[in-house]
Design a protein around this ligand. Structure first.
Ligand code: ATP
Ligand code: MG
Length: 871
């Protein structure tokens, strides 16, 4: 059975059980402060479990892209070394939101595995929660036990503890017992030796968990206690790659058709074989795994970068590059070449891969190249460190510096050192690393109090598309403290006109006012799990009263101008440059807008003009806003709306149309493009391979821009004596300047010539050496000229010159080559020695060397010492 069939069978099976099949949600999360990437199938449905939103359908099934590389679930270091943990993997899941419960979940899981997929019952084990005698005092999950025993002999039902069999979403929220299904795919011989039961949950590579069925029946309250949920839910997650391993009768996820095409390609590119040498195998697994994680992230709009989610992606890719570099001898980019097979293999199930293939390749290639340069640079530095190391241990501090400043990975340092028979002071390294970690943790330390609930269960309503002020009640609040922002308060209202940061648009600012006239400023608005949170520096005194909440209208209006202009800019770019242009990120502020998009070359001045003209013509056309709320996503796409990454099933989509520009967008906009007044691009440049960035301004900011430019222009004219043609005047100034430079150069040359004449007559002969030591009024270049000029005229020459420049001293020493040979003299060693007198040092070649120092008064002494030396 191919992996494609296996995935389809899962989805078809649950479709047959009346589930709605939805595509995977994006893996990169934008509006969740607690999570960067989707790390389990349930993450996209979190709001339904938390009760913040209602699903349209109470049975859903899907295959969700998951990434486990940070936070609570982090499998990164395992990947490559074992055969069944990946960074990116697919989690097949079926969901019941308050609909069916344990009976159906267990029966269907069994039916699917044993009847549809035909897995032999004798290789399966299941687990149930054994109960806990801690504060929760939970009973064993007898219900699940009894259900399982109708399918499987009781000696294959194992009891598990809280760690393995009680699932919690977080500190608070829905939770419950779970049942895991494990497979034992060892050969008969092995099975005879060790009982499979004893290997369940013991990290055995052939006795692995494939499916986890979570029965959400409790809610963990803020005070830590559990209450029964009125609506019980089912959340299941089955590892797709592990399922393929079982069904394809292989012993490793990497031997399934999910991975073999990629592995074959790595073999072809690197000329190495998989399965011969464990080190090579680990590297090949790492690379085959990581290219998927990186490619899917880029397709989801997350490019490698220096912070946050982007940094996580960068680190994954660098890990792959490093393994290729060290174990597969790949010193040039090659991982990007795997994207082709990957998109052929997965492009049907995940069309975003196919659509963005070219971009993914470009970005990966560029990242690889730049990291390989870092590695090369790091190797040079490491060699220097090795040279300077006395004894056989390289200090932890040096290794840390290499790691911290140059991004040179520590394991690579250790490996290279071990090849040179050197040791690394790992403890010292760890110490420095810890100091740095503590420092950054302290800087970002944040404490969050529990919510204080004032009004329970109040549904929050957003009215900010239609109103900028309204009467509101505060339903809950909490304090958050951090070093960076000090104490802040987060307030939630029953309804709010404040737009929360999202979709690139900044959050609203404004104020709250009570009937006593007290005012509290709202400094920012953000969203957390769909709840709109208002930030203030203090708490209102009469917190239970009704407040007037007022949005800063001016800031909102300017932001709206920029947001609408962003849509027009997107449309303009596709019109002027082509439909390969896709949005890759945007930031809509009140003062400016920023738009990142895929395109392969710098925009010409004409293209920029065409883009500006296009947008401005739409502004002049006074196009009205046509807004549709709560449209099904498919309908919106059919209308021609441009779908950006970021939506998932169930998102309330809203379409924003101005003329021919239609986009899915949750942001706020002007009522008419005419309100924007004018659009001006202020900069265009590259952000990453194949990604360009435009920054632009609208409305008042354009007026300021022209005013400031005009001011600069007039100031320049002033400086140019009020010239009517400032450019001409500037050009003639430049020409004059160049002329003067030439003249000075010539004068200096003449001077040097004269000096040479004088110097010839000053040469004295000491012990067969033509000698001169003197202080000159020439720059370093001039002195060098003089030395070589005299050197071409005389044999057996020894020259020592001093000069003073900007308070610094320079010594230059020239020795004829035959002297160097016959008398074993070395100008480099001599200036190094004489450098003492001018409090500095230097070096060079045996026949010419210079030293610099900060003590010009020592020049005479140095010259005398030189003379004494020759004498
Ligand atoms: P394990 O103990 O094997 O790491 P888990 O307890 O972390 O698994 P769950 O969080 O219950 O797993 O996830 C549900 C299913 O997803 C697992 O049964 C497994 O099949 C699969 N899975 C989990 N982590 C990974 C991973 N890193 N790579 C591939 N599949 C995974
Ligand atoms: Mg795990």
């Amino acid at each position: 059975m191919t992996s494609q069939d296996i995935r389809n069978k899962f989805l078809n099976f649950f479709e047959g059980k009346k589930h709605l099949i939805v595509p995977s949600a994006p893996m990169v999360l934008k509006d969740d402060p607690t999570l960067m990437f989707v790390n389990s199938g349930m993450a996209p449905f979190k709001e339904y479990f938390l009760g913040n939103a209602e699903p349209k359908q109470n049975r859903i099934a899907d295959s969700q892209k998951c990434l486990r590389v940070s936070g609570k679930h982090n499998d990164l270091e395992e990947v490559g070394y074992d055969t069944y943990h990946h960074t990116l993997f697919e989690m097949l899941g079926n969901w019941s939101f308050g609909d069916y419960f344990k009976r159906e979940a267990i029966a269907w899981a069994w039916e699917l595995l044993t009847e549809v997929y035909g897995i032999n019952k004798d290789i399966l084990y299941v687990t149930v929660f054994e109960g806990s005698d801690d504060a929760d005092n939970l009973k064993m999950d007898q219900e699940a036990y009894d259900l399982w025993k109708t399918f499987i002999p009781e000696d294959r039902i194992l009891k598990g503890n809280k760690k393995d069999n009680f699932w919690e979403m977080g500190e608070q929220g829905p939770c419950g017992p779970c049942s895991e299904i494990h497979v034992d795919i060892r050969c008969a011989e092995e099975k005879a030796k060790v009982d499979g039961k004893s290997l369940v949950n013991m990290d055995h590579p052939q006795v692995v968990e494939i499916w986890n069925l979570v029965f959400m029946q409790y809610n963990r309250k803020a005070n830590g206690s559990l209450e029964s949920l009125p609506n019980k839910h089912i959340d299941t997650g089955m590892g797709f790659e592990r399922l393929c391993m079982v069904l394809q009768g292989v012993q490793s996820n990497y031997n399934t058709d999910v991975f073999t095409p990629i592995i074959r390609e790595v073999e072809a590119i690197t000329n190495k074989d998989y399965g011969k040498d464990e080190k090579v195998d680990v590297a090949i697994r790492v690379i085959s795994d990581h290219v998927r994680a990186v490619a899917f992230s880029i397709a989801d709009g997350q490019l490698p970068s220096n912070t946050g989610a982007g940094y996580v992606i960068r680190r994954i890719l660098r890990r792959a590059v490093r393994y290729g570099f060290t174990f597969l001898d790949k010193k040039e980019p090659f991982i990007y070449r795997l994207v082709d097979v990957l998109s052929k293999k997965m492009g049907t199930a995940f069309p975003e891969l196919k659509a963005q293939k070219q971009l993914i390749e470009n970005v990966i290639k560029e990242e690889e190249a730049s990291f390989l340069r870092t590695l090369e640079q790091g190797l040079i530095l490491l060699n220097r460190i090795v040279e300077e190391t006395k004894g056989n241990t390289v200090s932890g501090e040096k290794a840390f510096e290499l790691y911290d400043t140059y991004g040179f990975p520590i394991d690579l340092t250790a490996l290279i050192l071990s090849e040179k028979n050197l040791k690394l002071d790992e403890k010292g390294f760890e110490k420095h690393l810890q100091v740095q970690k503590d420092r950054s943790r302290k800087a970002s330390e944040m404490s969050t109090d529990d919510w204080t609930i004032l009004i329970d269960d109040a549904e929050q309503e957003f009215i900010g598309y239609d109103a900028l002020e309204s009467n509101v009640k505060i339903t809950r609040y909490r304090k958050v403290s951090s070093k960076k922002d000090g104490d802040m308060y987060q307030l939630v209202f029953n309804l709010t006109p404040f737009y929360a940061e999202g979709g690139g648009q900044v959050g609203d600012k404004g104020y709250l006012q009570d009937v006593h006239g007290d005012t509290i400023y709202i400094v920012d608005t953000k969203k957390e799990n769909n709840v709109i949170i208002h930030f203030t520096k203090s708490l209102p005194e009469h917190i239970n009263e009704t407040f007037k909440a007022v949005v800063d209208a001016k800031q909102r209006y300017r932001t709206e101008c920029n947001h609408t202009a962003t849509h027009l800019l997107h449309q303009a770019l596709r019109e002027v440059l082509g439909t390969h242009v896709e949005q890759k990120g945007s930031a809509v502020h009140s003062k400016y807008l920023r738009f990142d998009f895929s395109h392969f070359s710098k925009l010409t001045i004409e293209e920029l003009r065409d883009v500006e003209n296009f947008v401005n013509s739409r502004i002049e056309g006074k196009l009205p806003l046509e807004e549709k709320r709560n449209v099904p996503k498919d309908e919106a796409i059919a209308d021609g709306a441009m779908s950006l990454f970021g939506e998932k099933y169930g998102d309330a989509v809203r379409t924003i149309r101005f003329g021919q520009s239609i986009e899915l967008c949750g942001g706020t906009h002007v009522k008419n493009t005419g309100d924007i007044w004018h659009f001006k691009i202020t900069s265009e440049g590259a952000v990453a391979a194949g990604i360009r960035r435009i920054e632009a301004i609208t409305n008042d900011a354009v007026k300021d821009f022209y005013f400031e430019n005009n001011r600069a222009y007039f100031e320049m004219r002033d400086l140019l004596n009020n010239s009517k043609e400032p450019i001409k005047a500037l050009k003639s100034l430049q020409a004059e300047n160049a002329d003067l430079k030439k003249q000075i150069e010539n004068l200096l040359k003449d001077k040097a010539k004269n000096i040479k004449g004088e110097l010839k007559s000053e040469l004295t002969e000491i012990n067969g050496v033509k000698f001169l030591a003197k202080k000159l009024d020439l720059d370093a270049g001039g002195i060098k000229d003089v030395c070589f000029e005299l050197g071409s005229q005389f044999d057996n020459l020894f020259l020592l010159f001093g000069a003073e420049h900007n308070g610094k001293a320079v010594l230059s020493c020239y020795i004829s080559k035959e002297l160097v040979a016959s008398k074993d003299l070395n100008a480099g060693a001599i200036v190094r020695e004489l450098g003492k007198y001018i409090q500095g040092g230097g070096g060079g070649q045996p026949f010419f060397a210079t030293a610099g120092g900060k003590h010009p008064a020592g020049i005479e002494e140095a010259l005398n010492a030189g003379k004494a030396y020759i004498e």
